[in-house]
Design a protein around this ligand. Sequence first.
Ligand code: CO8
Length: 383
Amino acid sequence: MPKLFKETQVVISGTGVFTPPGVVTNEELVEAHNAYAVKFNSENAKAIESGEVEEIQPSSSEFIEKASGIKRRHVMFKEGILDIDRMMPIIHQRSLDELSVCAEMAVNAAHEAFARANKKPEEIDLVICGSSTTQRPWPAVAVEIQQALGCSGYAFDMSVACSTATFGISIAMDAILSGTATCALIVNPELVTPQVNFRDRDSHFIFGDVATAVIVEKAETASGAHQFRVLDRTLKTSFSNNIRTDFSYITRVEPDLTLERFFEQDQWFVQHGRKVFKELLPMVTTLVKKQLEDKGVKISEIKRLWLHQANINMNLFATQKLLGRKAQAGEAPIVLDEYANTASAGSIIAFHKFHEDLSSGDKGIICSFGAGYSVGSLLVEKV
Ligand code: CO8
């Protein structure tokens, strides 16, 4: 006999995705990386020969697609990324009366979510803005978004890296269930490219920019065409240094800080991809299996798995472990080929693009996983 679901009264009533206009293909990235490598290697030929400096190896589109499933990525600001004398986007400082970039991305995604949820901005009384790296520590970007949209209530920023969206939805549910909010907007503007080291062949291809928005409210107030009741949310974290960034306000006061040191890879993004693969996936599959068991739901009842989008091989492995067989077409949608890894936004993009065909009573899992480590799994059922 299935256990009674506690939280049947809260639904996801609408979602939105803002896809930035710029596109960078693997081929473009590889061409720029390899031109940079040739230049670097020739400028440092002596030091490379003496073993003082490591030669930069060429990147390859074939490797990228095979190892990750990524074909291209969307970027907010393409200019500068492929310039081998810069290899980072150019983002001009905005004046105080302009929206910050992350707020602009989030506002765009929110408008689509409002339309789908059939909600007006003034009906929102909680705005949560979360991303893997925040644009600034304060004032909260969420408060800027709240003002720009004309939402009421309160707003705050949060981060749990790639699990920020699922954790944010869970926090919004807590607020709604406890009565401190009635209708929440969770936005995840992932402006990741300023942090990517496009000179590093191991990671230059991994990330892309995007923003997602999710509206969460009580079932009794919801009128969107495609609502999903959240039957359960299971969250877990376990500390690991295998995906880490150390850049922060503390970087400024390092006694040996030089401009070169500031730009070194370990300040911005360190990843031991293989270890992540080995350690994080068992956490994910164990957590989801236990979640279903605790709720008395059989895996055969799960019609769709909207998984975090970091690596296609990871998703194939996770779905095989969960289903006990290979996923059929459409059972575990992939958006990585088009968007790359978009940190917390990945599972929400997959959900946004692939949920309308489900029927009332169909169940699915929205599951994020990433740095921390963190795993957030939402068991949902179409209303
Ligand atoms: N071209 C050609 N060869 C390459 C390239 C390249 N671009 N890159 C690496 N190689 C080489 C390697 O040097 C290695 O060579 P060798 O065998 O001689 O040492 C060989 O290819 C194989 O390398 P790997 O073992 O590293 O290759 P993998 O098959 O493991 O693939 C991946 C690498 C794609 C990184 C894979 O390990 C992976 O995706 N793992 C999962 C990682 C993951 O899920 N990470 C989540 C990160 S995101 C997150 O949680 C935080 C959000 C932060 C956002 C902001 C960041 C900027």
